[in-house]
Design a protein around this ligand. Sequence first.
Ligand code: ZN
Ligand code: ZN
Length: 685
Amino acid sequence: MSIAAVSSPSKLHQIKTLISVASTVNHLKQIHASLIHHDHHHDTYLVNLLLKRTLFFRENHYSSLLFSHTQFPNIFLYNTLINGLVNNSLFRETLDLFLSVRKHHGLSLYGFTFPFVLKACIRSQNLTLGIELHPLVVKCGFNRDAGAMTSLLSLYSGSGRVDDARKVFDEMPERTIVSWTAFFSGCISSGKHGDAIGLFKKMVESGVRPDSYSVVRVLSACVQVGDLDSAEWIANLVEEIEMQKNSYVNTTLVNLYTKRGKMEKARSVFDSMGEKDAVTWSTMIQGYASNSLPKEGVELFHQMLREDLKPDQYSIVGFLSSCASLGALDLGEWGSGLIDRDEFLTNLVMGNALIDMYAKCGDMTRGFQVFKDMKEKDRVIMNTAITGLAKNGHVKLSFAVFGQTEKLGISPDGYTFLGLLCGCVHAGLIQDGLRFFNSISSVYSLKRTVEHYGCMVDLWGRAGQLSEAYRLICDMPMKPNAIIWGALLTGCRLVKETRLAERVLKELIALEPWNAGNYVQLSNIYSVNGRWDEAAEVREEMNKKGMKKLPGWSWIELEGTVHEFLADDKSHPLSDKIYAKLEDLGNEMRLMGFVPTTECVMFDVEEEEKETVLGYHSEKLAVALGLISTGHGEVIRVVKNLRVCGDCHEAMKLISKITRREIVVRDNNRFHCFTNGTCSCNDYW
Ligand code: ZN
Ligand code: ZN
């Protein structure tokens, strides 16, 4: 078709149609050539149409040529080009064009283009230029334009100029979700999380419906500053307005609920999600680990692997810390094998989790090896190593690690000394303990905390020096708490000092009226001393408060499965064999002259009556399962949630001798390694 006489309206219409249906750039170029041939290429209306189409095909260079070859470019052409370049993400080019037109054509040409240019400034991070344009924007009357004003708001917010952003915000004729979000995002970037959260609430009050981006932004801010009340308010709002939740919102909600310890709610959001990425899985796994639900953490980790997801740093850390709580060494080893060893050795967080797992599972030899192999070390990892070594009885080695701090360029903190003192307590090293305790403030100018005092009370108490311990408590600069009195009680227990214990327990009951163990112990002390009325009174008080004795439970990991036991538990499938094994062992123990002990019972929190002839506390059941399920020479590792009672402790020593097995029991306080009739704690726990 020829374009001979464009001037006629029907011809014009035909060309318009031709341009709009052109399916390739070549078609457009042909039309353009034809326009030039008939000298119609200065018809800005037609050129504008062509320009729109070439920009649509992302022929940016050709579009620019079209524009620059137009003899009298007008504002429409100019806007079309600017708009097209922004849409094609050519922000740099947009700004170049803007600046050159500004130079050559003056103010009149760029009036309408501000919304696009400001957008280009934001997208190309040219914030200064955008802000420079502010007075011009106002001069051209664009302070009534919501789009331009929102862009200015973003520019100020992005530059951290929150006060200027607020001025723009206050002057805005109408506020959309975009402008609100731009404003509170700026507050968040400038660290003003509280302001952002307040703005979000105002926005909702003013009737603007939040979108998922704004929700994620503010929820994250809440979690970051620990304003969990506001976070939960937003979570409820999201439910209320039945917002279409995307995976970011959901993951943020999972994160929030795990932080709040609301694991069931977290899980229900988690389960409601379709596609889940590694971040969501990790958040949930870590949530279980940090909320003392390690079994669930381990199970979810397995499920993650079943769904063919590769474990990342965060999920492996959550998994390892679950294994640490469970004392599940083999499981932890297996999990760490899923990730390249070098990743552990170069990543402080992962390395720390691995050392902690080994430490808590009682294999500090390997834990220490990881520590030594770490490519770099920080204070956290050093503290984990010191505490792990101390709790596993390698006290001198923990001192040696401490001796390296200066060489490593790490300054110790309160936790470092807590680890060291804990080692002194377990090994009964009073002189070393005193030295460290004194150096905390005198050498390192750190503040001694109530926990440090607790260790010292423990240290004196365990050495039987109760008067020293009591004096330290009286001299403390802070009010003694339950940890302090608990440490003194341990001392009383060891030397069977019931008069002081009675006083201590009364303090403890005042401090933690919910802790049934204190009442049980006090009542036991009264009973042993024949003070039946007082014993009955304590029982009565317990009943009135509806208190139950603490359930003691133990668990053992066998081939990746964790088996849990309560006292006298008969729910395990191998229950018959377990009880038969314990009966056999009981007979042998009696032949060796073993009589279940009763004298310590007054300090046992778990059971008010002494055990039957052959007791079935949970740790014995777990050990028996270990004995019948593993081969000769294998170490049996059991974890218990309470302190091992004196009777079980004696029994374990004998069982280790009879069966020639090493038995490791981790109670809520320390490790007991039973071998050949003795325990690593030297009966000192
Ligand atoms: Zn026991
Ligand atoms: Zn022991």
